[in-house]
Ligand binder design. Structure first.
Ligand SMILES: [Ca+2]
Ligand SMILES: [Ca+2]
Ligand SMILES: [Ca+2]
Ligand SMILES: [Ca+2]
Length: 594
């Protein structure tokens, strides 16, 4: 196979973002437009003008930090002289958020471009229970299976006895009760962090001296990434200091009691330094930045240097497989939550958090059971594990597979392709997130994908999903979403999506990682109500019934100067998935029965 040695395309620093004007009656996306890049799990989109691709697995708040850091050029105390007044509505971090379930609402009746799920349940599904349970495999970072809003919809392997140390159903996996963890060891240990694929490629080729051109390419890329991560680390440190200074000035002015946005807003004084600190503080709060967020970013960037971008670090020994054999099966462990299930738990809730149980959130679909396949570490997932997880899903009854992850290199793509081909032949629908690089996928590698590397051809039962947003009409495409008029099929809501997280919690995340499970949920719901439809038919129904915004002029993701482009040029359909219309079309296709 050929390996593309080019580093992922880099983009020059983007212009300082300014908040868009607030349009009454429309929800505003507070995220500044900019260049974004994320690999591994597509959680959030992370604006990092210095190192677009090194910032993986980040909470999205950093975008605001770095944007502001850029805007302010230098950290405190100089920063205080350069602040601009905070937007009037920045007094609460929540004031710019859309309704918590905006993505389930209807463009017509609710004036927000959701997927019309609530309307579908109200008008089409009332009194109509699903005709079958649909098993949805979620290949991700692990899922909290006892989350109160998920525990009733987690798949249980009917033919496996838990904890007896035997492979009761003979599927090659011992005690696989709710799925499988492909990045854990027999002894119960789990991989938490791993390298990026380009680092593994460099490690594999560096012994041969002199380095081949390809290997030199990986090395150059790695050196650059490390230097940039170090710069980012310094920036975060400086920004932490500035934040600290601003809050201590305000705290001192206020005297006793906690500093809150409301208290800061109420401050009025002749003292310039206090007023400037107040304005900057309100800007920070408006961007969702807290000390915790900064601490998190610091830790995460340190991890990157220590693990993700460190060729001397290789955690694979924990798994204990023969990594050289890409066709090996059966390694891993049956504990599927793992050490950091935030991303996978969030994805799972979007698909199937229990509706109407009076707690937490409502997922898209009723009638689903979620199979948990843990493959994605903090770092790049490995092809062998992706392939095995797809095969596991296809062999153990999954009808839909959600894949909210991706990477820039895929050295064993043939193994993944074979698994995709297998799942495709068994009529399993695969849904993949397009990624958060604000990139055109026509020109940038993004794996896995439906195109077979060897022999040509592509999977049929595959949907590639970009992320859409609420807010002004021209922000319909999320500013971080990858796109392509041929390689992305449709868009789905992926900004400010409230869903489940570990420890029984809930939070908002953004990313194409959130958009893919919206589509997965819609597909599963259609399958649950129309068992007679094939995966291919369901895919066609979702694409054909998507709400078309082809002529809507939108800001192109990653555009330097807010360049506009028709939404129709960002995907094959120019549409956003819609449950209501999908169910209606399914009804017609199924022959008008029910
Ligand atoms: Ca088994
Ligand atoms: Ca067993
Ligand atoms: Ca485990
Ligand atoms: Ca619920």
């Amino acid at each position: 196979m050929t390996i593309d040695p080019r580093p992922v395309a880099r983009r020059p620093p983007y212009p300082v973002p300014r908040p868009p004007p607030f349009i009454p009656g429309e929800y505003r996306n507070r995220r500044p437009a900019g260049n974004l890049r994320a690999g591994a799990v597509y959680r959030g989109a992370f604006v990092n003008p210095i190192n677009p691709e090194a910032l993986l697995m980040k909470p999205n708040r950093l975008s605001g930090v770095l944007a502001l850091a850029l805007a302010l050029a230098a950290p405190a105390p100089a920063v205080l002289a350069q602040t601009t007044p905070a937007p009037a509505d920045a007094t609460s971090a929540n004031s710019l958020e859309p309704p918590v379930n905006w993505w389930l609402l209807d463009a017509g009746t609710d004036r927000v471009r959701g997927i019309s799920a609530e309307r579908a349940y109200r008008e089409l599904l009332a009194g109509r229970p699903p005709k079958r349970q649909v098993v949805v495999a979620i290949i991700d970072s692990g899922i909290e299976i006892d989350h109160p809003d998920l525990k009733d919809v987690i798949w249980t392997n009917p033919r496996e006895t838990a904890g007896n140390g035997r492979d009761d159903d003979g599927n090659g996996y011992v005690d696989d009760v709710h799925g499988w963890d492909f990045i854990g060891g027999r002894d119960g240990r789990d991989v938490t962090v791993d390298n990026y694929e380009s680092v593994r490629l460099y490690r594999a080729c560096r012994a041969q001296q002199p380095l081949t051109a390809e290997c030199q390419g990986y090395k150059t890329s790695l050196d650059k990434d490390r230097a940039e991560a170090a710069e980012t680390l310094e920036l975060i440190r400086q920004y932490g200091q500035a934040f600290q200074q601003v809050t201590s000035i305000l705290q001192m002015h206020l005297g006793s009691g906690d500093l809150t946005p409301a208290k800061a807003q109420a401050i009025s004084t002749m003292r310039q330094d206090v007023m400037q600190a107040r304005d900057l503080y309100l800007q920070l709060v408006g961007a969702g930045i807290t000390k915790d967020v900064l601490d998190q970013e610091l830790k995460s960037t340190q991890n990157k240097l220590q693990y993700g971008l460190n060729p001397e670090f290789d955690p694979r020994g924990i798994v204990g497989d023969n990594y050289a054999d890409p066709n090996e099966r059966g390694y891993g462990n049956g504990e599927v939550e793992g050490p950091d299930a935030d991303h996978g738990t969030h994805v799972a809730g979007i698909v199937g958090a229990v509706r109407g149980n009076g707690i937490g959130v409502d997922g898209v679909a009723t009638g689903v059971r979620i199979m948990v396949l843990r493959v994605v570490p903090d770092g790049d997932e490995r092809d062998k594990d992706v392939a095995n997880a797809i095969r596991y899903a296809a062999d153990n009854g999954a009808q839909v597979i959600n894949m909210s992850f991706g990477k820039a290199f895929s050295p064993q793509k043939d193994v993944v392709d074979a698994a995709v081909k297998y799942a495709d032949s068994k009529g399993v629908l695969m849904v993949h997130a397009a990624g958060n690089g604000a990139a055109n996928l026509d020109t940038e590698g993004n794996f896995p994908n439906k195109y077979y590397r060897t022999g040509g051809g592509a999977a049929t039962n595959w949907i590639e999903v970009g992320a859409s947003s609420f807010g002004a009409a021209d922000s319909l495409a999320a500013s971080f979403s990858n796109y392509s008029a041929t390689k992305v099929d449709l868009f789905a809501p992926g900004v400010s999506i409230q869903s489940t997280i570990p420890n029984g919690g809930y939070t908002r995340h953004e990313g194409t990682s959130m958009a893919a499970p919206v589509v997965t949920g819609v597909a599963a719901l259609v399958m649950a109500h129309y068992p007679e439809l094939s995966a291919t038919q369901v895919k066609e129904i979702l694409l054909q019934s998507a709400t078309r915004y082809a002529d809507q002029s939108v800001v192109r993701p990653g555009a330097q100067q807010g360049e506009r482009i028709p939404f129709g040029q960002l995907s094959a359909t120019g549409g956003i998935v819609n449950v209501y219309e999908a169910l209606r079309l399914a009804q017609q296709r199924a022959g008008g029965r029910n």
